[in-house]
Design a protein around this ligand. Sequence first.
Ligand code: HEM
Ligand code: HEM
Ligand code: HEM
Length: 268
Amino acid sequence: MELFRYAMSVYGQDQLLGANWDLIWWFGGAAAIYIVVDAACRPFLGKNKRKTLVNAPNDGATVRRHHLIDRLYHWAMAISVLTLIGTSFAPILDWKFEWVTAHWIAGVSLSLLVVYHIIRAAFWQDIWAMIVTPADFRVAFATARAALGRPDEAPLKPGKYVLLQKAYHWMIAALVLGLMVTGLTMWLKIDTPFWNRNPYILGDDMWGLVYTVHDFCAMSVLALTMIHVYFAIRPDKWWQNRSMFSGDIARKDYFAHHDVTRWAPDDV
Ligand code: HEM
Ligand code: HEM
Ligand code: HEM
């Protein structure tokens, strides 16, 4: 399988243009296989639930998981990413339309949102909520043991996010930052209301590299987003995932599923 696509340069040599678009099926297919295998295995693993329940009363009380401003960020960012995926991959898959303007507007919006998020995360949110620590690996190991039918007597519980969520967050962060750096550079190469295109800021080889990085990051984001949406709509995680809409989880679920020493929201 060819990884890249080339054009013939004026000197008769191969000139790198970007990724081979047939790879979209490999990235999308790998995500689809992961989803199908996970969904097929869950009913068997689910039988051996971890002993997590603590006697917290089911009194309807709630705990704030995501503030309104963070939920607005998540949904605005998600709409931008889905627009970027739609506007760029539809033409590649042969649905032709004038996509570039919608794409760069969504790209610039995403970039502004992400800069805002990083500043808020650094100064107003708990950065440790997302840092990977050795305790996360211990929880992941205990969860895997329990799923295979060997539950521990004193089950380990995670802080606000489990290891997989943190891994997902940092992979998406790296890919989106890569897309921003390359995308904003590519923006200078097209006509906008602010400037006329200038393709000469980089040589042909550098442009080939910039497009290749943008293309591989884009296909990876497509695959990760498919998996993320699958986890987000799974019924067994609804106790947690509804918080991206309402902001809250039930207080009983907070005590049942989280280590209160590692995640202590203001309203507990
Ligand atoms: C270096 C860059 C980044 C840093 C330092 C960072 C940091 C964080 C932290 C600390 C949290 C946890 C906040 C909490 O729950 O208390 C968080 C959550 C989150 N991050 Fe990031 N992040 C970065 C980049 C990104 C990028 C590029 C995206 C998406 C494109 C993203 C999307 C999210 C989302 C959706 C949440 C959950 C909503 C929330 O509670 O804020 N992050 N981030
Ligand atoms: C989830 C995020 C993104 C995805 C999935 C994505 C996807 C793509 C894809 C597949 C292409 C076609 C590249 C090629 O022809 O080799 C492209 C081009 C482009 N993207 Fe993105 N992109 C994203 C983010 C961004 C961002 C943040 C910007 C910043 C403004 C941006 C600006 C551009 C520009 C200017 C082009 C070139 C259009 C042209 O050559 O005519 N993209 N993008
Ligand atoms: C229809 C699409 C989407 C749905 C239904 C969805 C749903 C959710 C939900 C329910 C959460 C909260 C999980 C929690 O409280 O721990 C979440 C978190 C998050 N979302 Fe999304 N999301 C979508 C699209 C996206 C997209 C496109 C991105 C970025 C590419 C993204 C990035 C994140 C990140 C980084 C977090 C924080 C880490 C985590 O909790 O897994 N989401 N999403």
